[in-house]
Write a protein that binds this ligand. Structure first.
Ligand code: ZN
Length: 305
């Protein structure tokens, strides 16, 4: 429910990647191999919330996906910003220099109903962010545009949150105020927290908890993530969690270090950690196969239907 094919900014790539850390053919072949390996584990669908701000570029994802027909890749629309709004939207909108209906709603809705650019691919869900800075003016405008696009199209929402500042609460508060159906919201990165009170407060609104960074031990090590999921299952919240890694085939945040240093620093941050290690640990902690099926299949199906 939260993996990436590529996190790769076009401006970074065009100005610093070519001739350096980026080799298009190598990276496409590498992504195909990694996703074939995921599919071999029995995974049939991954959900990629990369949008503007994380370098969404669907023609490259399409090139990869065409070579892994056994795996569906679900793509998103929205905007990924921790603070400011991109300048491209700054002066266009209600009451702004160019006074017009909110252009983000128009752009996001087109991605969902007609398709992204000329790719022929429709996005299936919306993505935005409420980080540690909270609802800054830019973030608030983006989140309200996402909420209004949800109301117009029915598309579900995944919001990136920061668990250390409990930013899932203001995010859900804003969505509730806008009339969003909170059962159609995934609170991304909720699984970085082991604070059961915070997590139950989020889940009690009807929202789904994104336990979605398995392998990113820097934020929360796997044994703690497993204990938290098991504790929530025991309290009856298996129908309110989804499991993921937030891994990528390639992420330009790390440039040259992606294949070497980074894979040594975060060896479990890979697409098969859940199937190889986390599911056995959850069973060991008392989570049933039915609860695992609920988190991996039932909850995603409900979110998208
Ligand atoms: Zn992500």
């Amino acid at each position: 429910m939260h993996e990436h094919v590529f996190v790769l900014s076009t401006e970074h790539l065009d100005n610093y990647g070519r001739g350096s850390w980026w080799d298009e053919e190598f990276r496409v072949a590498d992504a195909v191999a990694k996703l074939r390996n995921v599919a071999a584990k029995g995974v049939r669908t991954i959900v990629d919330p990369a949008v503007w701000g994380l370098g969404r570029y669907l023609p490259r994802v399409q090139r990869v996906a065409e070579q892994v027909p056994e795996l569906n890749v679900v793509v998103a629309t929205g905007l990924y910003s921790y603070d400011a709004i991109p300048h491209q939207y700054e002066h266009r909108g209600p009451g702004l220099l160019l006074d017009m209906p909110e252009p983000m709603v128009e752009d996001f809705a087109r991605d969902l109903t007609e398709g992204v650019a000329d790719t022929g691919v429709r996005a299936a869900f919306l993505r935005c962010v409420v980080e540690s800075k909270g609802l800054t003016p830019g973030v608030e405008r983006i989140c309200r545009a996402v909420a209004r696009t949800h109301l117009r199209t029915g598309a579900p929402i995944t919001v990136h949150t920061d668990s250390s500042t409990r930013s899932g609460l203001p995010a859900l508060g804003l969505f509730a105020e806008e009339g969003v159906d909170l059962t159609k919201v995934v609170v991304g990165h909720a699984g970085d927290s082991n604070d059961l009170d915070y997590l139950m407060r989020l889940a009690d609104t009807g929202a789904t908890l994104g336990m979605d960074r398995f392998g990113l031990d820097l934020y929360n090590p796997t044994p703690q993530r497993v204990a938290t999921v098991a504790a929530l299952c025991e309290r009856g919240y298996a129908d309110r969690m989804v499991l993921s890694h937030d891994a990528a085939c390639f992420m330009d945040y790390f440039g040259d270090a992606w294949d070497g240093t980074l894979s040594q620093a975060a060896p479990n941050w890979r697409f098969d950690h859940i199937h190889d290690d986390v599911l056995p640990a959850l069973r060991e902690a008392g989570v049933s196969d039915a609860q695992i099926e609920q988190m991996l299949v039932g909850n995603p199906r409900r979110y998208f239907s």
